[in-house]
Design a protein around this ligand. Structure first.
Ligand SMILES: [Zn+2]
Length: 333
Protein backbone atom coordinates (compact mmCIF):
# COMPACT_ATOMS: atom_id res chain seq x y z
CA UNK A 1 0.00 0.00 0.00
CA UNK A 2 2.76 2.42 0.89
CA UNK A 3 4.50 1.76 -2.39
CA UNK A 4 2.06 4.20 -3.94
CA UNK A 5 0.47 7.35 -2.63
CA UNK A 6 -3.24 7.90 -3.13
CA UNK A 7 -3.63 11.10 -1.14
CA UNK A 8 -1.44 13.59 0.64
CA UNK A 9 -2.05 16.45 3.07
CA UNK A 10 0.71 18.99 3.48
CA UNK A 11 0.46 21.61 6.21
CA UNK A 12 2.82 24.55 6.51
CA UNK A 13 2.94 26.19 9.89
CA UNK A 14 4.69 28.64 12.17
CA UNK A 15 5.57 28.01 15.82
CA UNK A 16 6.05 30.98 18.16
CA UNK A 17 7.40 30.73 21.71
CA UNK A 18 4.95 32.14 24.28
CA UNK A 19 7.61 32.03 27.01
CA UNK A 20 11.08 30.50 27.43
CA UNK A 21 11.64 27.29 25.48
CA UNK A 22 14.66 24.97 25.33
CA UNK A 23 15.29 22.00 23.04
CA UNK A 24 18.47 20.59 24.55
CA UNK A 25 21.49 19.81 22.42
CA UNK A 26 23.36 16.53 22.61
CA UNK A 27 25.86 17.56 25.32
CA UNK A 28 29.25 18.41 23.85
CA UNK A 29 29.09 21.51 26.09
CA UNK A 30 30.59 19.59 29.03
CA UNK A 31 33.89 19.86 27.18
CA UNK A 32 33.66 23.62 26.74
CA UNK A 33 33.62 25.55 30.05
CA UNK A 34 32.70 28.85 28.33
CA UNK A 35 29.26 27.53 27.28
CA UNK A 36 26.18 27.26 29.52
CA UNK A 37 25.53 23.74 30.87
CA UNK A 38 22.39 23.41 28.81
CA UNK A 39 22.49 24.70 25.25
CA UNK A 40 19.82 24.92 22.59
CA UNK A 41 20.18 22.50 19.69
CA UNK A 42 21.83 24.10 16.62
CA UNK A 43 22.51 23.30 13.01
CA UNK A 44 23.22 25.09 9.71
CA UNK A 45 20.48 27.35 8.40
CA UNK A 46 19.17 25.90 5.10
CA UNK A 47 19.18 29.29 3.30
CA UNK A 48 22.28 31.04 4.65
CA UNK A 49 24.43 28.15 5.91
CA UNK A 50 25.06 30.01 9.19
CA UNK A 51 24.72 28.43 12.61
CA UNK A 52 21.19 28.72 14.01
CA UNK A 53 18.93 27.25 16.66
CA UNK A 54 16.06 25.13 15.29
CA UNK A 55 13.29 22.77 16.36
CA UNK A 56 14.13 19.23 15.18
CA UNK A 57 11.35 17.48 13.24
CA UNK A 58 11.69 14.48 15.58
CA UNK A 59 10.83 16.69 18.61
CA UNK A 60 7.82 18.13 16.78
CA UNK A 61 6.64 14.66 15.75
CA UNK A 62 7.04 13.49 19.37
CA UNK A 63 4.83 16.29 20.69
CA UNK A 64 2.13 15.79 18.04
CA UNK A 65 2.15 12.01 18.57
CA UNK A 66 2.01 12.13 22.36
CA UNK A 67 -0.85 14.63 22.33
CA UNK A 68 -2.75 12.56 19.74
CA UNK A 69 -2.29 9.53 22.04
CA UNK A 70 -3.70 11.58 24.93
CA UNK A 71 -6.80 12.32 22.84
CA UNK A 72 -7.17 8.64 21.82
CA UNK A 73 -6.89 7.48 25.44
CA UNK A 74 -9.31 10.14 26.65
CA UNK A 75 -11.97 9.14 24.14
CA UNK A 76 -11.41 5.39 23.83
CA UNK A 77 -9.72 4.40 27.08
CA UNK A 78 -6.40 2.76 27.79
CA UNK A 79 -5.40 -0.48 26.12
CA UNK A 80 -2.51 -1.77 24.02
CA UNK A 81 -4.79 -2.45 21.04
CA UNK A 82 -6.22 1.08 21.08
CA UNK A 83 -3.05 2.98 21.90
CA UNK A 84 0.09 1.00 22.68
CA UNK A 85 3.05 1.92 24.86
CA UNK A 86 5.67 2.40 22.18
CA UNK A 87 8.60 2.57 24.59
CA UNK A 88 7.52 -0.42 26.66
CA UNK A 89 9.82 -3.42 26.36
CA UNK A 90 9.08 -7.13 26.07
CA UNK A 91 5.70 -8.21 27.34
CA UNK A 92 4.39 -4.65 27.20
CA UNK A 93 2.07 -5.54 24.33
CA UNK A 94 3.17 -2.69 22.10
CA UNK A 95 2.30 -3.13 18.42
CA UNK A 96 5.74 -4.32 17.41
CA UNK A 97 5.73 -7.08 20.05
CA UNK A 98 2.13 -8.05 19.32
CA UNK A 99 2.72 -8.40 15.57
CA UNK A 100 5.85 -10.46 16.23
CA UNK A 101 4.17 -12.76 18.75
CA UNK A 102 1.22 -13.38 16.42
CA UNK A 103 3.59 -14.04 13.52
CA UNK A 104 1.76 -11.69 11.15
CA UNK A 105 3.74 -11.44 7.93
CA UNK A 106 1.48 -9.78 5.36
CA UNK A 107 1.26 -5.97 5.23
CA UNK A 108 -2.57 -5.80 5.39
CA UNK A 109 -2.85 -8.07 8.45
CA UNK A 110 -0.05 -6.12 10.15
CA UNK A 111 -1.78 -2.80 9.46
CA UNK A 112 -5.09 -4.14 10.78
CA UNK A 113 -3.40 -5.17 14.02
CA UNK A 114 -1.85 -1.74 14.69
CA UNK A 115 -3.16 0.53 17.44
CA UNK A 116 -4.69 3.82 16.26
CA UNK A 117 -1.55 5.87 16.98
CA UNK A 118 0.76 3.45 15.13
CA UNK A 119 -1.59 3.48 12.11
CA UNK A 120 -0.69 7.15 11.67
CA UNK A 121 2.70 7.63 13.25
CA UNK A 122 4.18 4.17 12.69
CA UNK A 123 6.54 2.18 14.90
CA UNK A 124 9.92 0.49 14.56
CA UNK A 125 8.87 -2.00 11.86
CA UNK A 126 6.02 -0.07 10.30
CA UNK A 127 6.87 3.10 8.41
CA UNK A 128 5.00 6.22 9.36
CA UNK A 129 2.59 8.02 7.02
CA UNK A 130 3.43 11.16 8.89
CA UNK A 131 6.54 13.23 8.20
CA UNK A 132 7.72 16.32 10.06
CA UNK A 133 10.47 18.57 8.79
CA UNK A 134 12.83 20.58 11.01
CA UNK A 135 11.53 24.07 11.90
CA UNK A 136 13.82 27.03 11.20
CA UNK A 137 13.63 30.75 11.96
CA UNK A 138 13.45 32.86 8.74
CA UNK A 139 16.92 34.26 9.56
CA UNK A 140 19.57 32.46 11.68
CA UNK A 141 19.43 32.96 15.48
CA UNK A 142 22.67 32.16 17.31
CA UNK A 143 22.65 34.37 20.40
CA UNK A 144 20.20 33.43 23.12
CA UNK A 145 19.57 34.72 26.64
CA UNK A 146 20.81 32.50 29.49
CA UNK A 147 18.62 31.70 32.48
CA UNK A 148 19.50 30.08 35.79
CA UNK A 149 17.69 26.95 36.80
CA UNK A 150 17.78 24.54 39.75
CA UNK A 151 16.65 20.94 40.08
CA UNK A 152 14.37 20.49 43.09
CA UNK A 153 14.64 17.36 45.25
CA UNK A 154 11.19 15.74 45.16
CA UNK A 155 11.37 14.48 48.74
CA UNK A 156 12.93 17.34 50.67
CA UNK A 157 11.78 20.18 48.47
CA UNK A 158 15.33 21.53 48.65
CA UNK A 159 17.75 22.18 45.84
CA UNK A 160 19.03 18.84 44.49
CA UNK A 161 21.33 20.25 41.83
CA UNK A 162 22.34 23.57 40.45
CA UNK A 163 21.99 26.37 39.94
CA UNK A 164 22.94 25.71 36.35
CA UNK A 165 22.78 27.92 33.29
CA UNK A 166 20.54 27.17 30.39
CA UNK A 167 19.92 28.88 27.08
CA UNK A 168 16.33 29.69 26.21
CA UNK A 169 14.53 31.09 23.18
CA UNK A 170 11.96 33.71 24.17
CA UNK A 171 10.78 35.06 20.85
CA UNK A 172 11.03 34.68 17.10
CA UNK A 173 9.25 32.17 14.95
CA UNK A 174 10.03 28.79 13.46
CA UNK A 175 8.70 27.71 10.06
CA UNK A 176 8.09 24.12 9.10
CA UNK A 177 5.76 21.70 7.38
CA UNK A 178 4.29 18.29 7.98
CA UNK A 179 2.96 15.70 5.56
CA UNK A 180 0.35 13.01 6.09
CA UNK A 181 -0.18 10.61 3.21
CA UNK A 182 -2.41 7.61 2.46
CA UNK A 183 -4.61 8.93 5.23
CA UNK A 184 -8.11 7.97 6.24
CA UNK A 185 -10.27 10.99 7.09
CA UNK A 186 -10.53 10.07 10.78
CA UNK A 187 -6.74 10.36 10.97
CA UNK A 188 -6.88 13.94 9.67
CA UNK A 189 -9.60 14.67 12.23
CA UNK A 190 -7.44 13.39 15.07
CA UNK A 191 -4.42 15.33 13.80
CA UNK A 192 -6.48 18.54 13.55
CA UNK A 193 -7.69 18.15 17.14
CA UNK A 194 -4.08 17.73 18.31
CA UNK A 195 -2.89 20.74 16.27
CA UNK A 196 -5.74 22.87 17.62
CA UNK A 197 -4.60 22.20 21.21
CA UNK A 198 -0.95 22.91 20.33
CA UNK A 199 -2.09 26.05 18.51
CA UNK A 200 -3.85 27.28 21.63
CA UNK A 201 -0.79 26.76 23.81
CA UNK A 202 -2.17 23.76 25.74
CA UNK A 203 0.75 21.48 24.90
CA UNK A 204 4.33 22.19 25.88
CA UNK A 205 7.48 21.54 23.89
CA UNK A 206 11.01 20.60 24.94
CA UNK A 207 12.85 20.71 28.28
CA UNK A 208 11.43 21.39 31.78
CA UNK A 209 7.79 21.43 30.72
CA UNK A 210 6.66 20.75 34.27
CA UNK A 211 8.54 23.84 35.43
CA UNK A 212 6.84 26.25 33.10
CA UNK A 213 9.06 26.09 30.04
CA UNK A 214 7.97 25.15 26.55
CA UNK A 215 4.77 27.13 26.01
CA UNK A 216 4.27 27.72 22.29
CA UNK A 217 1.60 28.73 19.83
CA UNK A 218 1.19 27.09 16.45
CA UNK A 219 -0.37 28.75 13.40
CA UNK A 220 -1.19 26.90 10.18
CA UNK A 221 -0.23 29.09 7.24
CA UNK A 222 -1.07 26.96 4.21
CA UNK A 223 -2.70 23.59 3.51
CA UNK A 224 -2.52 21.51 0.33
CA UNK A 225 -4.52 18.36 -0.28
CA UNK A 226 -3.41 16.42 -3.35
CA UNK A 227 -4.26 13.13 -5.03
CA UNK A 228 -1.24 11.72 -6.91
CA UNK A 229 -2.02 9.48 -9.85
CA UNK A 230 -5.61 10.69 -10.10
CA UNK A 231 -7.19 12.50 -13.01
CA UNK A 232 -10.00 14.99 -12.76
CA UNK A 233 -11.79 13.32 -15.67
CA UNK A 234 -12.50 10.28 -13.50
CA UNK A 235 -15.45 9.86 -11.16
CA UNK A 236 -13.95 12.10 -8.46
CA UNK A 237 -14.70 15.74 -7.66
CA UNK A 238 -11.50 16.76 -5.94
CA UNK A 239 -12.53 20.40 -5.59
CA UNK A 240 -15.75 19.62 -3.70
CA UNK A 241 -14.95 16.42 -1.80
CA UNK A 242 -12.31 15.44 0.73
CA UNK A 243 -11.27 11.83 0.04
CA UNK A 244 -9.73 9.36 2.47
CA UNK A 245 -7.59 6.42 1.33
CA UNK A 246 -10.46 3.94 1.68
CA UNK A 247 -12.57 5.69 -0.93
CA UNK A 248 -9.67 6.18 -3.35
CA UNK A 249 -8.44 2.59 -3.50
CA UNK A 250 -11.93 1.33 -4.22
CA UNK A 251 -11.60 1.42 -8.00
CA UNK A 252 -10.01 -1.62 -9.63
CA UNK A 253 -10.74 -2.10 -13.33
CA UNK A 254 -13.61 0.31 -12.78
CA UNK A 255 -15.08 -1.79 -9.97
CA UNK A 256 -15.00 -1.41 -6.21
CA UNK A 257 -11.99 -3.16 -4.69
CA UNK A 258 -13.77 -4.01 -1.48
CA UNK A 259 -11.42 -6.91 -0.76
CA UNK A 260 -8.51 -4.48 -0.53
CA UNK A 261 -10.45 -2.10 1.69
CA UNK A 262 -11.46 -4.96 4.00
CA UNK A 263 -7.95 -6.42 4.06
CA UNK A 264 -6.56 -3.17 5.50
CA UNK A 265 -9.57 -2.50 7.71
CA UNK A 266 -10.04 0.81 5.91
CA UNK A 267 -13.18 2.81 6.50
CA UNK A 268 -13.99 2.11 2.86
CA UNK A 269 -16.07 3.84 0.22
CA UNK A 270 -17.80 6.05 2.74
CA UNK A 271 -14.46 7.67 3.57
CA UNK A 272 -15.25 10.93 1.82
CA UNK A 273 -16.95 14.10 2.84
CA UNK A 274 -18.23 17.07 0.87
CA UNK A 275 -16.76 20.49 1.51
CA UNK A 276 -17.07 24.01 0.23
CA UNK A 277 -13.71 25.64 0.79
CA UNK A 278 -12.31 28.81 -0.62
CA UNK A 279 -9.19 27.23 -2.03
CA UNK A 280 -7.23 27.33 -5.26
CA UNK A 281 -8.06 24.18 -7.22
CA UNK A 282 -5.59 22.86 -9.77
CA UNK A 283 -7.01 19.91 -11.78
CA UNK A 284 -3.52 19.14 -13.14
CA UNK A 285 -4.77 16.92 -15.95
CA UNK A 286 -1.29 16.62 -17.45
CA UNK A 287 0.52 14.98 -14.53
CA UNK A 288 -2.52 13.62 -12.72
CA UNK A 289 -2.03 15.28 -9.40
CA UNK A 290 -5.14 17.34 -8.68
CA UNK A 291 -4.74 19.55 -5.65
CA UNK A 292 -6.61 22.04 -3.55
CA UNK A 293 -4.66 24.70 -1.69
CA UNK A 294 -5.80 27.21 0.88
CA UNK A 295 -4.08 29.71 3.12
CA UNK A 296 -1.19 32.07 2.49
CA UNK A 297 2.58 31.56 2.17
CA UNK A 298 4.26 32.43 5.51
CA UNK A 299 6.24 35.37 4.10
CA UNK A 300 3.02 37.08 3.00
CA UNK A 301 1.51 37.02 6.48
CA UNK A 302 1.63 39.75 9.10
CA UNK A 303 1.21 39.20 12.84
CA UNK A 304 -2.34 40.55 12.38
CA UNK A 305 -3.34 38.09 9.64
CA UNK A 306 -1.53 35.04 11.06
CA UNK A 307 -4.35 34.11 13.46
CA UNK A 308 -7.24 34.73 11.05
CA UNK A 309 -5.51 32.75 8.29
CA UNK A 310 -4.94 29.90 10.78
CA UNK A 311 -8.63 29.93 11.73
CA UNK A 312 -9.67 29.80 8.06
CA UNK A 313 -7.53 26.71 7.43
CA UNK A 314 -8.68 25.02 10.64
CA UNK A 315 -12.28 25.79 9.66
CA UNK A 316 -11.81 24.11 6.27
CA UNK A 317 -10.14 21.00 7.71
CA UNK A 318 -12.61 20.72 10.59
CA UNK A 319 -14.96 18.58 8.44
CA UNK A 320 -12.53 15.71 9.09
CA UNK A 321 -13.34 15.88 12.82
CA UNK A 322 -16.79 14.52 11.90
CA UNK A 323 -15.03 11.49 10.38
CA UNK A 324 -13.06 11.03 13.63
CA UNK A 325 -16.28 11.22 15.67
CA UNK A 326 -17.92 8.66 13.37
CA UNK A 327 -14.87 6.39 13.61
CA UNK A 328 -14.96 6.59 17.43
CA UNK A 329 -18.66 5.64 17.48
CA UNK A 330 -18.05 2.62 15.28
CA UNK A 331 -14.88 1.60 17.15
CA UNK A 332 -16.75 1.61 20.45
CA UNK A 333 -19.81 -0.12 18.98
ZN1 LIG B 1 0.89 0.91 18.55
Amino acid sequence: MHKRRVNELQLQYVIKPAGPILIKSGGETALNPTLPEMTFVRTRHPQTGDTTIYLPGSSLKGVIRSHSERIIRTVLGDGPETCCDLLGGRGSQNCQERIKSRRLKEAPEQYRELCLACRIFGHMDHASHFLTADAFPPAPIDNLPVRQNVAIDRLSGGVAAGPFDMEVALEGEFHSQLTLYNFELWQVGLLILALRDIGEGRVRLGFAKSRGLGEVHLYLTQATVSYPGQFASSAFTFDKTFYGAGSLVKMKNGAADTAFVRAYDYVGQTDQIGWEVNGAYDPDEVWGRPSLRFGVAPDQLTPATLASNHNTIMGALAVSVKAWAQFVREYKG
